[in-house]
Ligand binder design. Structure first.
Ligand code: ADP
Ligand code: ASP
Ligand code: MG
Length: 285
């Protein structure tokens, strides 16, 4: 088993997704067992955060964000799916969007968005992204399936930054992966508490999802596909001389991520380290 995680910029639009699909296909050619973890398209979680504020202050602007999210996902489907597959997948996107619209309406009527509602709203970013990618992947890998991590990552109720219950999650992950065949496209970042309510692992938490799933399945490797050449000596956006670091211990990686290397979510190293699963940070581009 090998876990491939693709971040927001890697899945931002149809063109980028074509490259992601090629990477997955190539990997599937040489490895029999793969699972994919994906983030929301870049900018979407920020938009959903804005949405949470607009629900109270400006309902029509909030509706606009929901509409844009629908259009973004429709555009990807139209570009990547054969015509025959379109109606069913567009209907599924529409149904998720309708669910989100209902939540927006409810929040606007009540005049508040709680931390719990906010996590539920955030979940649509990863759910839409993973669903659309699973549909697009099916054209090349027919047994690709959408996997909603809320079904197998269990947390406490600390909405926005929930703590993972590893004993329960590991059991649920093993069960889910043995029950469902096919290449799973898993939603990053989201989980659920014991009452089935949606929680999130903290902003940028999709890396952590990949590690939680990879460690539970005792994967051979966890691959974090992003938009830079691995972990570097500094953020290459600000430091042009930044250089790739060939190898780091889990502890070094953890320290670096805590004190500035935003390239990998700090908690990611823990589950991987516990099972000694190597983490590779690779450049999608
Ligand atoms: P993704 O959406 O794929 O999760 P992120 O934006 O979370 O990607 O992380 C990748 C970004 O992290 C890079 O574009 C880079 O600007 C930034 N970054 C910050 N510090 C580092 C570092 N030390 N090494 C590499 N990238 C870094
Ligand atoms: N989409 C979430 C965020 O923007 C999680 C992630 O990208 O890792 O924070
Ligand atoms: Mg990230």
């Amino acid at each position: 088993m090998r876990i491939l995680k693709f971040g927001g910029t890697s899945v931002a639009n149809a063109d980028r997704l074509k490259e992601v699909i090629a990477i997955i296909q190539q990997s599937a050619d040489s490895h029999s067992n793969l699972a994919v973890v994906v983030s929301a398209q870049s900018g979407v979680t920020d938009e959903l955060e804005k949405l949470c504020e607009l629900i109270i202050s400006d309902k029509s602007k909030a509706d606009e964000i929901v509409k844009n999210l629908e259009q973004k996902n429709f555009a990807i489907l139209k570009e990547l799916l054969p015509v025959a597959q379109l109606p069913a997948s567009m209907a599924e996107v529409m149904s998720m969007i309708n669910e989100l619209s209902d939540i927006v309406k409810g929040g606007s009527l009540v005049g508040e968005v709680t931390a719990r509602t906010k996590d539920l709203i955030f979940s649509f970013g990863e759910r839409l992204s993973a669903y659309v990618i699973s549909e697009a992947l099916k054209t090349k890998i027919p047994d690709a399936i959408f996997a909603d991590a809320r079904q197998f990552i269990r947390t406490d109720s600390n909405f926005g930054y929930a703590k993972v219950d590893f004993a329960t999650s590991n059991k649920l992950i093993l069960e889910y992966f043995s029950k469902h065949n096919g290449l799973k496209v898993v939603t990053g970042f989201i989980a659920s508490n014991a009452n089935g309510q949606t929680t999130t692992l903290g902003r940028s938490g999709s890396d952590y999802t990949a590690s939680i799933v990879g460690a539970a399945l005792n994967a051979q490797a966890i691959e974090i596909w992003t938009d830079v050449d691995g972990v570097m000596t500094a953020d290459p956006r600000y430091v042009t001389e930044a250089q790739s670091i060939a190898q780091l211990s889990y502890n070094e990686a953890m320290e670096l991520s805590h004190f500035g290397a935003k390239v990998i979510f700090p908690a990611t190293m823990q589950p991987a380290m516990a099972q000694q699963v190597p983490i590779w940070v690779k450049n999608t581009f």
